[in-house]
Ligand binder design. Structure first.
Ligand code: ATP
Length: 943
C-alpha cells in the first residue's frame, strides 16, 4: 500500500477526522469516481486471491497432464525414432496424425474448460456481495470487489462488511466477527479512538472484511482492501480457488483409474497376442502394435469427462439462473438432486406477503372490512354495538398506523406501498374506515423500540399537538397481551380480568384457525420525559385496543409445487415466526400437513428439548411456529441427524448460520440481506418456494444428463475395447486373416482410427446429451442418496453388455466383409490386395454408426428410443456432424491416407448401418423387458 499504509497503520488511535484526512477523502462526499478509478489502478480489485490465476499456456499444457497421454506421446516419439532408424523415408504418417489428434483434443478440452470458467465467472457476478458507498456525494450500491481505500462505507443491519474500514459514526452497531476472531457474540462498535493499538478483537472502532453487521447502523472509511485486509492475511494460507473434489468428481476419478488399469492389461494382452501371432520381427511392426495398444488405452479412458462435466454443469446452472435460481457454485447441483427436506419460510415464500386487514375485534364488537390489495376501498360491516365498536376500531387502527414504518401512496391512480406489508395493511384499513386515517395524522415520533422477529412487537413514543404524548404498540397478540393491564371500552378502560384474557386468547385461536395473521394493538398515555429512556421496559401497563386479523393469501403455485415435491419424495417443512394456529391452518391449506399429522413444534419447544428428542420429533413434524431465526439451526441439525439432506430458506442476518449449516442454504434474492446471500448456496431471484422445487427438478435433470453421457461414452469405449480384443483373439481363432498375408492376425482397428472415434465422433453427441430435456420423469423417484454411486451395478452391466454386443457385431462385420472366415465374406467390390483395408474401414464405420445409434439409446435406460426422439436438436446436429465426418474420412483422399481407410461400396454401408440398427433393436428389447418387469419393483429400485 506504500504511503497509504503508513498513514493508516494507526488509524485506531486517530480521531475519525484525521483518518479521512490521511486517506484524502471528504466524509460527507466520498471519493469522486475518477479518484476511485485511480485508486483501483494502484490497489487492484478488492479480492482475496493468494496465487495469481494460471496463465493460458499453462492451462493449455494441463490438458496433456494425464499418464495415458504421456504414454501416447512416448509411443509417438518411439515411432519417430523407429522411422528415423529405418532411413526416414516418406512421412511418419501415424505418428503425425496421432500427434495432431492429441493436439486437437487438447484444444477442445481447453475451450470447454474456458467456457465453463466463463460461465462460473458470470454466476459469480450475479451473486457478488454488494456494498453501499458514498461516492461523489451520492449513495450507491457497488460490488464489494470494487471498493478502494478511502471509500466511505454505509453499514446497516444484514450488510456484509466488504473491506477493512475505520468507523466514522455508529449507532447501536454490533458486528458478528466470528469468522475472524472466533468470538460468537456480536462485538459492539464505536468510532472512539483507542488509547493503544489493540488485538483484532479489541479494535472496536474498526470493521473488517468478511464480517457481518448484526445490528445498528454506521459509516466507515475503507482502510485496506483485498489481500491487505485482515482476512487477506488468513487467506494466504487457504487459497480460495482450491476446493475439495465433490463426490461426483471423486467417482469419475475412481472410474478413470479403474478403467485405466483394466485397459492397460487388455492392451498388453492384445499387443502380445498380435506380436506373437504375426511373429512381428521388424521394428516398424513392433511400433505399430505399440501405437495401437497405447491408443486403445487412451481411447478407453474417458479423459474428456471432467471437462464435459464442468461444461454441462455450467450450462445447466446458467439455465437455472435464467429461471430465478442462482447457484453459487456448479457442484451444488449434485447436492440439489439429493435434497430430501425443504424447510421454507412462510411469509412471502409460501404466501404472497400481500397483507389485507380483514377484521378488527374490540371489546364491543367486530368490524369486517371488504376489498382486496392495497386499494383503500371496501365495504365496512359491523357486528355488535355499532357506535361503540366503530369508535374502538378507529382507535385500534390509529394505534396500528402510528406504530408503523410503512407508507401508502397513490401513483398514476394505483396504490403502492413502501415497507412491510403487515404494516401497510393498517394504513390501507385506516383509509377504509371513516375517520381513522384523519385521526392518525399529526403524530410525531419522539422515540421507538423497533420490531424484531425475536420480540415480535414494536412500539413508538408519539407526540401530538392536541393530545400530548402516548405510547402506541402493535405486535403478536400473545406477546402484547402480556404487557397490557386493561382494555379499551368506549371512552374508558376496564381491567383485564383472567376471564377476559381467556376470552381474548380463544378469539386469537379462532382468528388464527382461519389462517389469519393475528396482531394486537395497545397504547397508554405518556410524558415527554420518557423520550430519553424509551426502551423495552417502557412497553408496560398498556391498554389493550383490540385484535386485528390480516389475510396473507398463499401463492397460487405453492400448493402444486408442494405436491410435486411430495411426489419426488421431498418433504416440505414450514418454519415461521407466526402463531402456531395460523401456521397450522395455512400448512393444512397448502397440503404441507394432512389431517392427523403431528402437532406444531414451537420455538419454545425448540429451546427446551434435547437434541435426540428433537431429532425424533423432527422426523414427522412439518410445521414450526413462533420460531426465532436462531432456532432454525437446531431444526437443520435435527433433520441432518436423521440423515436428511436439507434445503433451508432465510433472509435475515440471524438466518445465516442455519443457511451455512444446511446442505443447500437458500437465500432470498429480493428480501434477503447480503449476509444471507453470502451464506447461501442458492439465491432465489423471486423469493418463491415453487422456484426451489423447480430448481430441484432441474438439478435432477442435469444429473440425469450426466448419467446419460457417461452411459454413452463408457459403453462406446467398451465397444472399442471389445472390438480390438475380440478381433485379435477370437478373430484369430475363427481364422480371420488378411488375404494378402495369410496366417497373420488382423488388427481390426488402427491406432489412428481408434483415436478418431474417441476424440472426434464421440464428443459431440456426449455434449448434446448434457443439455438433453427431461425424458424419464425425474420427479417420480425419491431423492438420490448422497452416497449413491452415479454408475451402479446395473448401469455397469448395461455398459459392459452393450460394449460386448458392439465387439461381437464388429467381428461379424469383419467376417462378412473379408474373404475367408466363417461367413465367407460378401466382399466382391474391393480390389485385390486392398481387401483388408476395405474390411477394416467397414468395421471402423460400423463401429462409429453403432456408437451413434447407441447415443440414442443412452438417453434413457427404460424409455424407448422413439420417445422424445426429436426433442434434442443438438443431438441430431452432432449425430449428423459425426456421420458427415465419417463419410469424409472414408472418401477424402488426404484423410484416407492419414487414417488408412479405403472407399466403401453400398454393400459395405448396408452392413455397417445394419450393425447400428441391431444395436438399437437389442437395446429396445432390453428396455421393453425392463419396463414390463420393472413395473412391480419400480418403487423399490429407482435408478
Ligand atoms: N411489523 C410488525 N409489527 C408488529 N408485529 C409484527 C410485525 N410483523 C410481524 N409481527 C408479529 O411478529 C410475528 C413474527 O413475525 P416475523 O416477521 O418473525 O414472521 P415472518 O418472518 O413474517 O414469518 P415467516 O417466518 O413465515 O416469514 C408475527 O406473527 C406477527 O405477530
Amino acid at each position: 500500500m506504500g504511503d497509504m499504509a503508513d498513514a493508516t497503520r494507526d488509524v485506531t488511535l486517530l480521531p475519525p477526522a484525521d483518518v479521512t484526512l490521511a486517506l484524502a477523502v471528504d466524509p460527507a462526499e466520498g471519493l469522486s469516481l475518477a479518484e476511485v478509478a485511480a485508486r483501483r489502478e494502484i490497489h487492484g480489485p478488492n479480492e482475496l486471491r493468494a496465487t495469481p490465476p494460471d496463465p493460458a499456456w499453462r492451462r493449455f499444457l494441463r490438458q496433456f497432464a494425464d499418464p495415458l497421454i504421456y504414454l501416447l506421446l512416448a509411443a509417438i516419439v518411439i515411432s519417430i525414432i523407429a522411422w528415423a532408424v529405418d532411413g526416414a523415408v516418406g512421412l511418419p504418417v501415424d505418428a503425425t496424425v496421432i500427434a495432431l489428434i492429441v493436439a486437437a483434443n487438447a484444444v477442445i478440452g481447453y475451450v470447454q474448460e474456458n467456457r465453463a470458467e466463463r460461465a462460473v465467472a458470470a454466476l459469480a457476478d450475479l451473486t457478488a456481495t454488494r456494498s453501499t458507498v458514498l461516492r461523489d456525494g451520492l449513495l450507491t450500491t457497488v460490488a464489494s470487489t470494487d471498493l478502494v481505500p478511502g471509500d466511505i462505507l454505509v453499514l446497516a443491519e444484514g450488510d456484509a462488511v466488504g473491506a477493512d474500514a475505520r468507523l466514522l459514526t455508529a449507532t447501536a452497531l454490533r458486528v458478528q466477527e466470528a469468522s475472524l476472531t472466533g468470538e460468537s457474540e456480536a462485538a459492539e462498535k464505536s468510532p472512539q479512538p483507542l488509547d493503544e493499538p489493540g488485538a483484532l478483537g479489541d479494535r472496536a472502532n474498526m470493521v473488517f472484511k468478511g464480517t457481518a453487521v448484526a445490528r445498528g447502523v454506521g459509516r466507515a472509511v475503507v482502510t485496506a482492501t483485498g489481500m491487505d485486509t485482515e482476512m487477506g492475511r488468513i487467506a494466504t494460507l487457504l487459497d480460495e480457488t482450491e476446493s475439495e473434489p465433490t463426490p461426483l468428481q471423486r467417482e469419475i476419478a475412481r472410474i478413470s483409474t479403474t478403467l485405466g488399469l483394466l485397459v492397460v492389461v487388455i492392451a498388453v494382452v492384445v499387443m502380445i497376442t498380435t506380436a506373437l501371432v504375426n511373429s512381428v520381427r521388424t521394428l516398424e511392426g513392433a511400433v505399430d502394435v505399440l501405437l495401437m495398444g497405447v491408443s486403445l488405452a487412451v481411447a478407453a479412458v474417458p479423459e474428456g469427462l471432467p471437462a464435459i462435466l464442468s461444461l454441462v454443469l455450467a450450462i445447466g446452472v446458467q439455465a437455472m439462473a435464467r429461471r430465478n435460481a442462482v447457484m453459487k457454485d456448479l457442484h451444488s447441483v449434485e447436492t440439489l438432486g439429493s435434497v430430501s427436506v425443504i424447510c421454507s419460510d412462510k411469509t412471502g415464500t409460501l404466501t404472497k406477503n400481500e397483507m389485507t386487514l380483514r377484521e378488527i375485534v374490540t371489546a364491543s364488537g367486530r368490524v369486517v372490512l371488504g376489498g382486496t390489495g392495497y386499494t383503500p376501498v371496501g365495504e365496512v360491516r359491523v357486528d355488535g354495538d355499532v357506535e361503540a365498536t366503530l369508535d374502538e376500531a378507529r382507535r385500534a387502527l390509529v394505534a396500528g398506523s402510528v406504530a408503523n414504518d410503512a407508507q401508502l401512496s397513490q401513483q398514476d391512480g394505483s396504490w403502492e406501498i413502501q415497507g412491510d406489508p403487515t404494516e401497510a395493511a393498517f394504513l390501507v384499513a385506516a383509509r377504509k374506515l371513516d375517520g381513522a386515517h384523519e385521526l392518525s395524522s399529526g403524530h410525531d415520533r419522539a422515540a421507538e423500540v423497533p420490531f424484531s422477529s425475536e420480540r415480535r412487537m414494536m412500539s413508538v413514543l408519539s407526540r401530538h399537538p392536541a393530545r400530548g404524548h402516548s405510547v402506541f404498540a402493535k405486535g403478536a397478540a400473545d406477546v402484547l397481551l402480556e404487557r397490557c393491564v386493561s382494555e379499551q371500552v368506549a371512552d374508558g378502560a376496564r381491567p383485564l380480568t383472567p376471564g377476559r384474557r381467556r376470552e381474548l386468547a380463544a378469539m386469537v385461536e379462532e382468528l388464527s384457525g382461519q389462517g389469519y395473521r393475528t396482531l394486537g394493538v395497545a397504547w397508554r398515555p405518556a410524558t415527554a420525559t420518557e423520550a430519553g429512556t424509551f426502551d423495552e421496559p417502557a412497553e408496560r401497563d398498556l391498554i389493550f385496543g383490540g385484535l386485528v386479523a390480516l389475510l396473507d393469501p398463499p401463492r397460487e403455485e405453492a400448493a402444486a409445487a408442494i405436491r410435486e415435491a411430495q411426489r419426488a419424495g421431498i418433504r416440505t417443512v414450514m418454519i415461521t415466526g407466526d402463531h402456531p394456529v395460523t401456521a397450522a391452518r395455512i400448512a393444512a391449506d397448502l397440503g404441507i400437513t394432512r389431517p392427523g399429522d403431528t402437532a406444531v413444534i414451537t420455538g419454545r419447544d425448540l429451546a427446551d428439548v434435547d437434541p435426540a428428542e428433537l431429532a425424533e420429533a423432527a422426523r414427522t413434524a412439518n410445521v414450526y411456529a413462533r420460531v426465532a431465526p436462531e432456532h432454525k439451526l437446531r431444526v437443520v441439525d435435527a433433520l441432518q441427524a436423521d440423515r436428511q439432506v436439507v434445503a433451508m430458506t432465510g433472509d435475515g442476518v440471524n438466518d445465516a448460520p442455519a443457511l451455512k449449516s444446511a446442505d443447500i442454504g437458500v437465500a432470498m434474492g429480493i428480501t434477503g440481506t447480503e449476509v444471507t446471500k453470502e451464506a447461501g448456496a442458492m439465491i432465489l431471484g423471486d423469493d418463491n418456494y415453487a422456484t426451489i422445487v423447480a430448481a430441484v427438478r432441474q438439478g435432477r435433470v442435469i444429473f440425469d444428463n450426466i448419467k446419460k453421457f457417461m452411459r454413452y461414452l463408457l459403453s462406446s469405449n467398451m465397444g472399442e475395447i471389445a472390438t480390438v480384443f475380440l478381433g485379435v483373439t477370437l478373430g484369430t481363432v475363427i481364422g480371420l486373416a488378411d488375404p494378402a498375408n495369410p496366417g497373420a492376425a488382423v488388427v481390426p482397428l488402427l491406432a489412428t482410427q481408434i483415436l478418431w472415434i474417441n476424440l472426434v465422433t464421440d464428443s459431440g453427441p456426449a455434449l448434446a446429451m448434457g443439455v438433453d430435456p427431461e425424458i424419464d420423469d425425474v420427479m417420480a423417484r425419491p431423492p438420490r442418496r448422497a452416497d449413491d454411486r452415479i454408475i451402479d451395478r446395473h448401469m455397469w452391466q448395461r455398459i459392459l453388455g452393450i460394449g460386448a454386443l458392439m465387439g461381437l457385431l464388429s467381428l461379424v462385420v469383419y467376417d462378412l466383409t473379408l474373404p475367408g472366415g466363417l461367413l465367407g465374406g460378401l466382399d466382391r467390390a474391393a480390389p485385390a490386395g486392398a481387401e483388408l483395408d476395405t474390411a477394416r474401414t467397414t468395421v471402423f464405420t460400423a463401429l462409429v454408426l453403432m456408437q451413434l445409434a447407441n447415443a440414442l439409446n443412452s438417453r434413457s435406460d427404460r424409455a424407448s428410443v422413439l420417445d422424445h426422439l426429436f426433442t434434442n436438436r443438438w443431438l441430431w446436429v452432432s449425430l449428423a456432424g459425426a456421420a458427415a465426418l465419417q463419410v469424409a474420412v472414408v472418401y477424402v483422399p488426404v484423410l484416407q491416407h492419414a487414417f488408412g481407410t479405403a472407399p466403401l461400396a453400398w454393400s459395405h454401408w448396408a452392413v455397417a448401418i445394419g450393425a447400428g440398427v441391431v444395436v438399437i433393436l437389442v437395446e429396445e428389447a432390453v428396455k421393453a423387458a425392463r419396463r414390463a418387469g420393472g413395473r412391480s419393483t419400480r418403487a423399490a429400485r429407482p435408478t
